[in-house]
Design a protein around this ligand. Structure first.
Ligand SMILES: O=C(O)CCC(=O)C(=O)O
Length: 278
């Protein structure tokens, strides 16, 4: 089936229904109810959502499907009408640096909305609860999904950029680092060997990708380092680093380097393989 046979209204409906958190299985069932044949529906959904046909076929059989993000390609990718520049790409691990993911005004507004709610940042404990952790000395807070119009707009932009529904995202986290503060090297995927693995993945499954957005430019220090590949991304207001990983991907080790002068603000979006938001 070629691209031009998919009507624009159908394409738009599939995209918006998927982004609102509808599972692939439910999407296929709705198409069937609307009169589309099984094979035809699977091909249309695979094409519109840019997914391997095998993934859609597995969903049709009600198998648990791990969705993947689409890795942005340069030089410019439109995301919900907003131009994002892809300036550095590596494939092992998958890392992209993204310029202009946020405007300067959006950065300032996020900081203003988060500031009154900051508390010592936590990490996820093995039983799924949150704990104060000496490896992470910054202050932070979480927004609920779509909590403010600005947060909803940014979530939609990320969903569009990575071709993954908003519902696969954890709430946007804001972190504030002061001089000397850092986030020591760690992985964002949950370790299946930890006793709490099933608890932390019960909702949404495993994490599959992260987007760390820089809300200001620290005077010195504060980059995000990937020590296994010798890459350090400079924290620059309005830009981001996106990285995707499989469980156990050692190359995705990363760290928020100590801020040496000034302060550092980031907004982090973690994405799950299955819908995280009900
Ligand atoms: O602060 C940074 O640059 C990295 C933050 C980070 O690794 C995280 O929030 O998982």
């Amino acid at each position: 089936m070629s691209n031009h046979t998919i009507r624009p209204e159908l394409r738009e409906w599939i995209l918006s229904t998927s982004r609102s958190g509808c599972s692939l299985g439910d999407l296929l069932r709705m198409l069937k109810d609307a009169g589309y044949g099984g094979e035809q529906s699977r091909q249309i959904v695979a094409r519109v959502l840019n997914l391997p046909l095998a993934t859609v076929v597995a969903a049709a059989k009600n198998k648990v499907v791990a969705v993947r993000t689409r890795h942005p390609q340069g030089p410019v990718q439109m995301a919900a009408g907003h131009p994002v520049r892809v300036t550095v790409s590596t494939d092992a691990p998958v890392v992209r640096t993204l310029e202009n993911i946020l405007t300067g005004e959006e950065c300032d507004e996020l900081i203003a909305q988060a500031s009154p709610r900051l508390a010592r940042a936590m990490t996820v404990n093995t039983d799924g609860s949150h704990q104060v952790d000496h490896r992470r000395t910054s202050q932070g807070m979480f927004f609920a999904i779509g909590e403010t119009p600005l947060v909803a707009r940014i979530e939609q932009r990320i969903a569009d950029l990575l071709a993954i529904p908003v519902g696969h995202g954890e709430g946007l986290q804001i972190l504030h680092y002061q001089p000397g503060q850092e986030y020591e090297p760690h992985f964002d995927w949950f370790n299946p060997d930890q006793p709490g693995f099933s608890a932390v993945t019960a909702r949404g499954g495993q994490r599959i990708a992260s987007v760390v957005m820089y809300l200001n430019t620290p005077e010195e220090g504060g980059g995000t380092a990937f020590p296994r590949i010798g890459l350090t991304v400079t924290a620059m207001r309005g830009s981001a680093v996106y990285f995707a990983y499989d469980t156990g991907d050692e190359a995705s080790l990363h760290a928020g380097l100590p801020v040496l002068k000034g302060e550092k603000w980031i907004a982090t979006k973690w994405l799950r393989e299955r819908p995280y938001q009900s």
